[in-house]
Write a protein that binds this ligand. Sequence first.
Ligand SMILES: Cc1cc2nc3c(=O)[nH]c(=O)nc-3n(C[C@H](O)[C@H](O)[C@H](O)COP(=O)(O)O)c2cc1C
Length: 186
Amino acid sequence: MANRPMKTDFPTSNVRRYLEPGPIVLVSSSNEGRTNIMTMGWHMVMEFTPSLLGCVISSANHSHSMIRASRECVINLPTTKLTDVAVGVGNTTGADIDKFAHFGLTKQSAERVKAPLIAECHACFECRLHDDALVEKYDFFVFEVVKAHVAASPKHPETLHYTGDGVFVVSGKVISRRSLFRPGLL
Ligand SMILES: Cc1cc2nc3c(=O)[nH]c(=O)nc-3n(C[C@H](O)[C@H](O)[C@H](O)COP(=O)(O)O)c2cc1C
């Protein structure tokens, strides 16, 4: 049985350290002949069919206007091999530099959207904007994944999960309790 750890007061503004889901993703976009990439940690699965993802893309980011205008993007999953790239992409703006060229990333054509896939990533999810009702108020975009490309192995890639303050934790040991799950349950 788990023990009952002593808890102390904690700043509400820092709960991200425990609740930010990750994994960190790289969002590629394309608009009016230009491409861009940003790093993103604030995303969540909202529905399986259709496959819906909710994401916060700040209006301060160049990507925000590109994705708002083109109504599509690709959500790419980097592994720890791309740690410094993920940090670099998240600390530069496409308003100033071409991040594909600057970070030596390879563009691959997507099938269903104009935004490019990032070849170096473990998985790439082509997304179309499904609902923009909360974009104005919260910078919250709801995307539908319309095509998914995933590397065959490893089955559980080593992904990056951001805890704020420049620190990441890395996905680790795999624990299965499949036999305890009711059929059809999440
Ligand atoms: C680890 C990490 C996670 C980030 N998560 C988000 C996020 O979820 N939403 C967001 O709007 N910006 C996020 N950012 C910030 C953007 O990636 C950053 O502002 C980037 O420079 C935007 O690029 P752009 O101006 O080319 O769009 C994150 C940055 C880092 C380093």
